[in-house]
Design a binder for this molecule. Sequence first.
Ligand code: NAG
Ligand code: NAG
Ligand code: NAG
Length: 198
Amino acid sequence: MTSVNAFSLIMVLVCVTQLVHSTSQDGDDYVREACNVTQYRDLCIHSLASFSNSAKRSPHRWARAAVSVTLSEAKRVTEYLTKMSKSGGMMGREGMALLDCVQCFEDTIDNLHDSLGELRRLVTETFDTQVNDVETWMSAALTDEETCLDGFSERKGRRVKALRNRVLNVTYATSNALAFVTNLAMIGAGNLTNPLRA
Ligand SMILES: *[C@@H]1O[C@H](CO)[C@@H](O)[C@H](O)[C@H]1NC(C)=O
Ligand SMILES: *[C@@H]1O[C@H](CO)[C@@H](O)[C@H](O)[C@H]1NC(C)=O
Ligand SMILES: *[C@@H]1O[C@H](CO)[C@@H](O)[C@H](O)[C@H]1NC(C)=O
């Protein structure tokens, strides 16, 4: 077994263990309920379980938590891509695709960062415009991540596979976060968490 595959396997085991573990904890019902709006529900429950007791049934808090976790993960993957690029880990067309990926991820981080800031400043009077902007930025973030993946669609090999998996994982987190934002938009300003208390 290659070291990358061994790593993936360990990550999967860690995730499964944490999933099983977290389901037995108090307050876990909130995250399971909240994650029902997402497409990648297991990842949602695993990565957002720690917000269960603070976010409870607040669509605003769940959206903020999901965007925040996605931003952290996107930053980690950007670091990984940058390191790989600087070490000359990929050459030729793959090296070019990798450079494009780093650029896409820098855009993604900007969009996620702006989204999180806007969600923190969310107020009733301008709710619709603000949430609409966040939806636009989150969609743009997702598009950038998919553009990164496109650059590797016809490439093969262990490194490419590892890279694709990490980037794919960010697209899932982004898709989930966008689902929370869309849900917040649907529910409307009536259920807004007071930003001063949030
Ligand atoms: C999530 O949705 C499923 C059906 O899609 C439902 O059976 C389940 O009770 C929901 N879970 C929570 C915690 O709301
Ligand atoms: C996938 O992303 C989540 C955050 O959304 C993170 O907690 C997890 O460690 C990532 N998994 C892998 C295998 O990169
Ligand atoms: C709105 O917020 C209240 C209290 O925070 C909660 O009980 C209720 O379920 C929320 N409504 C929706 C549609 O999320």
